[in-house]
Design a protein around this ligand. Structure first.
Ligand code: G3H
Ligand code: 13P
Ligand code: NA
Ligand code: ZN
Length: 328
Protein backbone atom coordinates (compact mmCIF):
# COMPACT_ATOMS: atom_id res chain seq x y z
CA UNK A 1 0.00 0.00 0.00
CA UNK A 2 1.04 3.59 -0.56
CA UNK A 3 2.13 5.06 2.79
CA UNK A 4 3.51 8.39 3.92
CA UNK A 5 7.24 8.55 4.36
CA UNK A 6 6.84 9.86 7.90
CA UNK A 7 5.02 6.71 8.98
CA UNK A 8 7.67 4.55 7.37
CA UNK A 9 10.62 6.44 8.90
CA UNK A 10 8.96 6.50 12.35
CA UNK A 11 8.80 2.70 12.21
CA UNK A 12 12.45 2.56 11.12
CA UNK A 13 13.45 4.80 14.05
CA UNK A 14 11.47 2.74 16.57
CA UNK A 15 13.11 -0.42 15.30
CA UNK A 16 16.64 0.90 14.59
CA UNK A 17 16.96 0.28 10.89
CA UNK A 18 17.51 2.27 7.70
CA UNK A 19 15.59 2.22 4.44
CA UNK A 20 17.37 2.44 1.10
CA UNK A 21 15.63 4.97 -1.17
CA UNK A 22 16.31 3.98 -4.75
CA UNK A 23 15.88 6.34 -7.71
CA UNK A 24 13.54 5.09 -10.42
CA UNK A 25 13.29 6.09 -14.07
CA UNK A 26 12.06 2.96 -15.82
CA UNK A 27 10.24 -0.35 -15.52
CA UNK A 28 13.39 -2.40 -14.98
CA UNK A 29 14.49 -0.38 -11.93
CA UNK A 30 11.03 -0.57 -10.37
CA UNK A 31 10.84 -4.32 -10.95
CA UNK A 32 14.32 -4.93 -9.53
CA UNK A 33 13.60 -2.96 -6.36
CA UNK A 34 10.18 -4.56 -5.85
CA UNK A 35 11.45 -8.10 -6.44
CA UNK A 36 14.24 -7.56 -3.91
CA UNK A 37 11.87 -5.96 -1.38
CA UNK A 38 9.40 -8.78 -1.78
CA UNK A 39 12.13 -11.43 -1.40
CA UNK A 40 13.38 -9.79 1.81
CA UNK A 41 10.04 -8.47 3.12
CA UNK A 42 11.26 -4.87 3.21
CA UNK A 43 9.53 -1.47 3.17
CA UNK A 44 10.12 0.44 -0.07
CA UNK A 45 10.92 4.04 -0.98
CA UNK A 46 10.70 4.69 -4.73
CA UNK A 47 11.98 8.16 -5.55
CA UNK A 48 11.82 10.14 -8.77
CA UNK A 49 14.03 13.09 -9.64
CA UNK A 50 13.29 15.94 -12.04
CA UNK A 51 15.53 14.09 -14.50
CA UNK A 52 13.36 10.98 -14.11
CA UNK A 53 10.21 12.98 -14.83
CA UNK A 54 11.88 14.44 -17.90
CA UNK A 55 12.99 10.99 -19.10
CA UNK A 56 9.83 8.98 -18.49
CA UNK A 57 7.21 11.71 -18.27
CA UNK A 58 5.35 12.34 -15.02
CA UNK A 59 2.29 10.18 -15.86
CA UNK A 60 4.42 7.18 -16.83
CA UNK A 61 6.50 7.50 -13.66
CA UNK A 62 3.41 7.83 -11.52
CA UNK A 63 1.79 4.79 -13.06
CA UNK A 64 4.99 2.72 -12.80
CA UNK A 65 4.98 3.36 -9.06
CA UNK A 66 1.23 2.78 -8.78
CA UNK A 67 1.74 -0.49 -10.66
CA UNK A 68 4.23 -1.51 -7.98
CA UNK A 69 1.64 -0.71 -5.30
CA UNK A 70 -0.93 -2.83 -7.16
CA UNK A 71 1.32 -5.81 -7.80
CA UNK A 72 2.86 -5.85 -4.29
CA UNK A 73 -0.09 -5.03 -2.00
CA UNK A 74 1.68 -6.63 0.98
CA UNK A 75 4.53 -4.08 0.97
CA UNK A 76 4.46 -0.49 2.29
CA UNK A 77 5.63 1.86 -0.49
CA UNK A 78 6.46 5.56 -0.30
CA UNK A 79 6.29 7.50 -3.56
CA UNK A 80 8.85 10.22 -3.04
CA UNK A 81 9.91 13.19 -5.12
CA UNK A 82 13.70 13.59 -4.97
CA UNK A 83 15.40 17.05 -4.95
CA UNK A 84 12.48 19.43 -5.60
CA UNK A 85 13.85 22.85 -6.51
CA UNK A 86 10.85 24.99 -5.45
CA UNK A 87 7.57 24.82 -3.52
CA UNK A 88 5.78 24.88 -6.92
CA UNK A 89 7.61 21.75 -8.10
CA UNK A 90 6.67 20.01 -4.84
CA UNK A 91 3.06 21.13 -5.21
CA UNK A 92 2.83 19.54 -8.67
CA UNK A 93 4.19 16.27 -7.29
CA UNK A 94 1.64 16.34 -4.47
CA UNK A 95 -1.08 16.83 -7.08
CA UNK A 96 0.30 13.83 -8.98
CA UNK A 97 -0.14 11.69 -5.87
CA UNK A 98 3.34 11.55 -4.35
CA UNK A 99 3.18 10.65 -0.64
CA UNK A 100 6.40 12.49 0.13
CA UNK A 101 8.47 15.31 -1.35
CA UNK A 102 11.96 16.65 -0.90
CA UNK A 103 12.28 20.43 -0.92
CA UNK A 104 16.00 20.95 -1.50
CA UNK A 105 16.35 24.59 -0.53
CA UNK A 106 20.09 24.23 -0.03
CA UNK A 107 20.29 25.31 -3.68
CA UNK A 108 18.54 28.10 -5.56
CA UNK A 109 15.77 27.27 -8.04
CA UNK A 110 18.36 26.72 -10.80
CA UNK A 111 19.49 23.67 -8.80
CA UNK A 112 23.07 24.93 -9.03
CA UNK A 113 23.75 27.94 -6.85
CA UNK A 114 24.09 27.42 -3.09
CA UNK A 115 21.35 29.42 -1.32
CA UNK A 116 21.25 31.48 1.85
CA UNK A 117 20.03 29.93 5.09
CA UNK A 118 17.04 32.32 5.14
CA UNK A 119 16.00 31.29 1.63
CA UNK A 120 16.23 27.62 2.59
CA UNK A 121 14.09 28.14 5.70
CA UNK A 122 11.49 30.11 3.72
CA UNK A 123 10.94 27.68 0.81
CA UNK A 124 11.07 24.63 3.08
CA UNK A 125 8.62 26.08 5.62
CA UNK A 126 6.17 26.99 2.83
CA UNK A 127 6.44 23.49 1.34
CA UNK A 128 5.83 21.85 4.73
CA UNK A 129 2.68 23.96 5.32
CA UNK A 130 1.26 22.92 1.96
CA UNK A 131 2.36 19.26 2.13
CA UNK A 132 1.25 18.59 5.69
CA UNK A 133 -2.22 19.96 4.83
CA UNK A 134 -2.37 17.12 2.27
CA UNK A 135 -0.91 14.39 4.53
CA UNK A 136 2.34 14.40 2.57
CA UNK A 137 5.74 14.30 4.34
CA UNK A 138 8.65 16.60 3.57
CA UNK A 139 12.40 16.07 3.49
CA UNK A 140 14.60 19.18 3.67
CA UNK A 141 18.34 19.56 3.15
CA UNK A 142 20.85 21.62 5.06
CA UNK A 143 24.48 21.85 3.96
CA UNK A 144 26.49 21.16 0.83
CA UNK A 145 27.20 17.57 -0.10
CA UNK A 146 30.89 17.08 -0.81
CA UNK A 147 33.63 14.51 -0.51
CA UNK A 148 35.75 15.13 2.60
CA UNK A 149 38.67 13.60 0.69
CA UNK A 150 38.50 15.66 -2.49
CA UNK A 151 36.33 18.64 -1.52
CA UNK A 152 34.34 18.03 -4.70
CA UNK A 153 30.59 18.55 -4.71
CA UNK A 154 29.88 15.73 -7.15
CA UNK A 155 26.87 15.84 -9.43
CA UNK A 156 24.31 17.61 -7.28
CA UNK A 157 21.75 18.24 -10.02
CA UNK A 158 23.93 20.56 -12.03
CA UNK A 159 26.65 21.41 -9.52
CA UNK A 160 29.72 20.31 -11.42
CA UNK A 161 32.57 18.37 -9.88
CA UNK A 162 34.67 21.52 -10.36
CA UNK A 163 32.98 23.21 -7.39
CA UNK A 164 35.40 22.90 -4.49
CA UNK A 165 33.88 23.21 -1.04
CA UNK A 166 35.51 24.06 2.26
CA UNK A 167 35.54 21.47 5.04
CA UNK A 168 33.02 23.59 6.99
CA UNK A 169 30.52 23.86 4.13
CA UNK A 170 30.57 20.08 3.77
CA UNK A 171 29.32 19.43 7.29
CA UNK A 172 25.84 20.33 8.50
CA UNK A 173 25.99 22.44 11.66
CA UNK A 174 24.04 20.80 14.53
CA UNK A 175 22.81 24.12 16.01
CA UNK A 176 21.68 25.37 12.61
CA UNK A 177 19.96 22.01 12.03
CA UNK A 178 18.03 22.42 15.29
CA UNK A 179 16.93 25.94 14.31
CA UNK A 180 16.03 24.75 10.78
CA UNK A 181 13.84 21.91 12.02
CA UNK A 182 12.13 24.15 14.58
CA UNK A 183 11.33 26.79 11.94
CA UNK A 184 10.33 24.47 9.09
CA UNK A 185 8.88 21.42 10.87
CA UNK A 186 10.37 19.05 8.27
CA UNK A 187 9.84 15.32 8.82
CA UNK A 188 13.29 14.33 7.62
CA UNK A 189 16.54 16.20 7.09
CA UNK A 190 19.22 15.45 4.52
CA UNK A 191 22.59 16.29 6.04
CA UNK A 192 26.04 16.90 4.64
CA UNK A 193 28.45 14.46 6.31
CA UNK A 194 31.03 13.68 3.63
CA UNK A 195 29.02 11.98 0.90
CA UNK A 196 28.59 13.36 -2.62
CA UNK A 197 26.41 12.41 -5.58
CA UNK A 198 27.60 10.27 -8.47
CA UNK A 199 30.29 7.66 -9.05
CA UNK A 200 33.34 9.82 -8.20
CA UNK A 201 33.29 10.15 -4.44
CA UNK A 202 36.77 9.00 -3.39
CA UNK A 203 39.96 8.52 -5.40
CA UNK A 204 41.51 5.95 -3.04
CA UNK A 205 40.04 2.89 -1.30
CA UNK A 206 38.26 4.40 1.71
CA UNK A 207 39.41 3.16 5.12
CA UNK A 208 38.21 4.03 8.62
CA UNK A 209 35.74 6.87 9.09
CA UNK A 210 35.62 8.38 5.60
CA UNK A 211 32.33 10.02 6.66
CA UNK A 212 32.02 12.50 9.53
CA UNK A 213 30.44 9.96 11.89
CA UNK A 214 31.00 12.19 14.95
CA UNK A 215 29.09 14.97 13.21
CA UNK A 216 26.18 12.63 12.49
CA UNK A 217 26.18 11.72 16.21
CA UNK A 218 26.13 15.40 17.24
CA UNK A 219 23.28 16.20 14.86
CA UNK A 220 21.32 13.18 16.07
CA UNK A 221 21.85 14.23 19.71
CA UNK A 222 20.62 17.76 18.93
CA UNK A 223 17.53 16.74 16.87
CA UNK A 224 16.73 13.18 18.01
CA UNK A 225 13.17 13.34 16.69
CA UNK A 226 14.14 14.27 13.11
CA UNK A 227 14.86 11.42 10.75
CA UNK A 228 18.25 11.92 9.10
CA UNK A 229 18.77 11.29 5.40
CA UNK A 230 22.04 10.42 3.71
CA UNK A 231 22.25 11.34 0.03
CA UNK A 232 25.08 10.19 -2.20
CA UNK A 233 25.14 6.78 -0.52
CA UNK A 234 26.18 4.57 -3.41
CA UNK A 235 29.01 2.19 -2.57
CA UNK A 236 30.29 2.03 -6.19
CA UNK A 237 30.73 -1.76 -6.37
CA UNK A 238 34.23 -2.61 -7.57
CA UNK A 239 33.03 -5.90 -9.10
CA UNK A 240 30.63 -4.06 -11.42
CA UNK A 241 33.29 -1.48 -12.35
CA UNK A 242 35.52 -4.41 -13.34
CA UNK A 243 32.75 -5.96 -15.48
CA UNK A 244 32.06 -2.63 -17.20
CA UNK A 245 35.73 -2.12 -17.99
CA UNK A 246 36.27 -5.76 -19.04
CA UNK A 247 33.53 -5.44 -21.66
CA UNK A 248 34.46 -2.21 -23.39
CA UNK A 249 33.83 0.43 -20.72
CA UNK A 250 36.35 3.00 -19.56
CA UNK A 251 35.49 4.13 -16.05
CA UNK A 252 38.49 5.47 -14.12
CA UNK A 253 39.44 4.18 -10.66
CA UNK A 254 36.90 5.44 -8.13
CA UNK A 255 35.34 4.48 -4.80
CA UNK A 256 32.03 5.00 -3.01
CA UNK A 257 30.74 4.92 0.54
CA UNK A 258 31.46 1.58 2.24
CA UNK A 259 28.29 -0.15 3.46
CA UNK A 260 29.85 -0.32 6.96
CA UNK A 261 29.96 3.49 7.08
CA UNK A 262 26.27 3.67 6.17
CA UNK A 263 25.60 1.15 8.96
CA UNK A 264 27.40 3.50 11.39
CA UNK A 265 25.09 6.27 10.19
CA UNK A 266 22.04 4.08 10.75
CA UNK A 267 23.20 3.44 14.34
CA UNK A 268 23.12 7.22 14.76
CA UNK A 269 19.76 8.31 13.36
CA UNK A 270 20.09 7.92 9.58
CA UNK A 271 16.79 6.40 8.41
CA UNK A 272 16.71 7.07 4.65
CA UNK A 273 19.69 6.19 2.46
CA UNK A 274 19.63 7.48 -1.13
CA UNK A 275 21.07 5.21 -3.81
CA UNK A 276 21.03 5.76 -7.57
CA UNK A 277 24.55 5.32 -8.98
CA UNK A 278 24.97 1.69 -7.80
CA UNK A 279 21.94 0.56 -9.82
CA UNK A 280 23.18 2.51 -12.86
CA UNK A 281 26.58 0.79 -12.65
CA UNK A 282 25.05 -2.68 -12.21
CA UNK A 283 22.71 -2.30 -15.18
CA UNK A 284 25.45 -0.94 -17.41
CA UNK A 285 27.75 -3.82 -16.47
CA UNK A 286 25.02 -6.40 -17.05
CA UNK A 287 24.19 -4.98 -20.49
CA UNK A 288 27.81 -4.68 -21.59
CA UNK A 289 28.54 -8.27 -20.58
CA UNK A 290 25.41 -9.66 -22.22
CA UNK A 291 26.03 -7.76 -25.45
CA UNK A 292 29.65 -8.90 -25.63
CA UNK A 293 28.80 -12.54 -24.93
CA UNK A 294 25.67 -12.72 -27.13
CA UNK A 295 26.46 -10.80 -30.27
CA UNK A 296 23.60 -12.22 -32.32
CA UNK A 297 20.90 -11.32 -29.79
CA UNK A 298 18.61 -8.38 -30.50
CA UNK A 299 15.61 -8.86 -28.19
CA UNK A 300 15.79 -6.03 -25.61
CA UNK A 301 14.00 -8.24 -23.07
CA UNK A 302 17.06 -10.51 -23.03
CA UNK A 303 19.53 -7.83 -21.98
CA UNK A 304 17.10 -5.76 -19.94
CA UNK A 305 16.22 -8.76 -17.79
CA UNK A 306 19.94 -9.07 -17.01
CA UNK A 307 19.83 -5.50 -15.69
CA UNK A 308 16.86 -6.40 -13.48
CA UNK A 309 18.77 -9.35 -11.98
CA UNK A 310 21.91 -7.27 -11.44
CA UNK A 311 20.03 -4.40 -9.77
CA UNK A 312 17.91 -6.74 -7.64
CA UNK A 313 21.09 -8.34 -6.21
CA UNK A 314 22.26 -4.94 -5.00
CA UNK A 315 18.85 -4.01 -3.62
CA UNK A 316 18.61 -7.29 -1.66
CA UNK A 317 22.11 -6.71 -0.23
CA UNK A 318 21.19 -3.16 0.90
CA UNK A 319 17.85 -4.20 2.45
CA UNK A 320 19.73 -6.83 4.45
CA UNK A 321 22.67 -4.60 5.39
CA UNK A 322 20.44 -1.76 6.60
CA UNK A 323 18.25 -4.20 8.62
CA UNK A 324 15.16 -3.22 6.63
CA UNK A 325 14.68 -6.89 5.71
CA UNK A 326 11.77 -8.43 7.58
CA UNK A 327 10.31 -5.03 8.55
CA UNK A 328 7.56 -4.70 5.91
O1 G3H B 1 20.31 13.29 -6.79
C1 G3H B 1 20.51 12.82 -7.91
C2 G3H B 1 19.95 11.50 -8.30
O2 G3H B 1 21.01 10.60 -8.48
C3 G3H B 1 19.09 11.67 -9.53
O3 G3H B 1 19.87 11.89 -10.66
O4 G3H B 1 18.87 13.96 -11.65
O5 G3H B 1 20.21 12.34 -13.05
O6 G3H B 1 17.91 11.73 -12.24
P1 G3H B 1 19.18 12.52 -11.98
P1 13P C 1 24.30 8.30 -5.43
O1 13P C 1 24.74 9.09 -6.63
O2 13P C 1 25.44 8.07 -4.47
O3 13P C 1 23.66 7.02 -5.81
O4 13P C 1 23.23 9.17 -4.62
C1 13P C 1 21.90 9.29 -5.08
C2 13P C 1 21.12 10.36 -4.38
O5 13P C 1 21.52 10.91 -3.37
C3 13P C 1 19.81 10.71 -4.98
O6 13P C 1 19.19 11.77 -4.32
NA1 NA D 1 22.89 20.74 -0.63
ZN1 ZN E 1 20.45 13.33 -3.60
Amino acid sequence: ALVSMRQMLDHAAENDYGIPAFNVNNLEQVRAIMTAASDTDSPVILQASAGARKYAGAPFLRHLILAAVEEFPHLPIAMHQDHGTSPAVCQRSIQLGFSSVMMDGSLMEDGKTPSSYEYNVDVTRRTVEMAHACGVSVEGELGCLGSLETGEAGEEDGIGADVILTHDQMLTDPEEAADFVKKTQVDALAIACGTSHGAYKFTRPPTGDILAIDRIKEINRRIPNTHLVMHGSSSVPQDWLAVINEFGGAIPETYGVPVEQIQEGIKNGVRKVNIDTDLRLASTGAIRRFMAENQAEFDPRKYLSKTVDAMADICRARYEAFNAAGQA
